[in-house]
Design a protein around this ligand. Structure first.
Ligand code: ATP
Length: 134
């Protein structure tokens, strides 16, 4: 899991609860310290650096999630580094349609829009509950 903002942290926690071993990486030392006791392995590093990811053993993981949203540059460079390392399944978070296009073109296998997807799911939930009362 790369990026421990709200989305990355909750996703890492949910995967851990599903018995997956999660290596979490964030460049912000406060974020790393904050989640160090909650997640299995939390490391402070700049994920745009391919060599750093290699040293952390990222070349051997089966799946990586890039949960960086705000910085398109950091998210794209991180996906590129993961592609160079040959990670078989790369999931990447996009914040706009253009961002999604760039992520796919550099080699992300799955592009996700957490905010948009959650909004859609909750809208359906609200409507289905409304219909329950009709
Ligand atoms: P969220 O919307 O999930 O709450 P956020 O608002 O904190 O996230 P983002 O900019 O999307 O903002 O960052 C998510 C996390 O990714 C942050 O904790 C940030 O420190 C981390 N991050 C950003 N760039 C890098 C990088 N190059 N290497 C590692 N971690 C990074």
């Amino acid at each position: 899991m790369i990026g421990l903002g709200r989305f990355g942290f909750h996703l890492a926690g949910a995967l851990t609860a599903l018995d997956q071993t999660v290596l979490a990486i964030d460049r912000n030392p406060d974020r790393v310290q904050r989640w160090a006791d909650t997640l299995d392995r939390v490391v402070q590093a700049d994920a745009t650096e391919e060599g750093v990811l290699r040293q952390l053993g990222v070349a051997d993981v089966q799946r990586a999630v890039v949960a960086i949203g705000a910085s398109v540059e950091a998210s794209v460079l991180t996906v590129l580094a993961l592609v160079e390392l040959g990670v078989p399944q790369i999931w990447a978070r996009a914040t706009s349609a253009k961002h999604a296009k760039i992520l796919a073109s550099v080699g992300a296998h799955h592009v996700i829009f957490p905010e948009a997807e959650t909004g859609e799911r909750v809208a359906h939930l609200i409507i289905s509950r409304m219909l329950d009362f009709i």
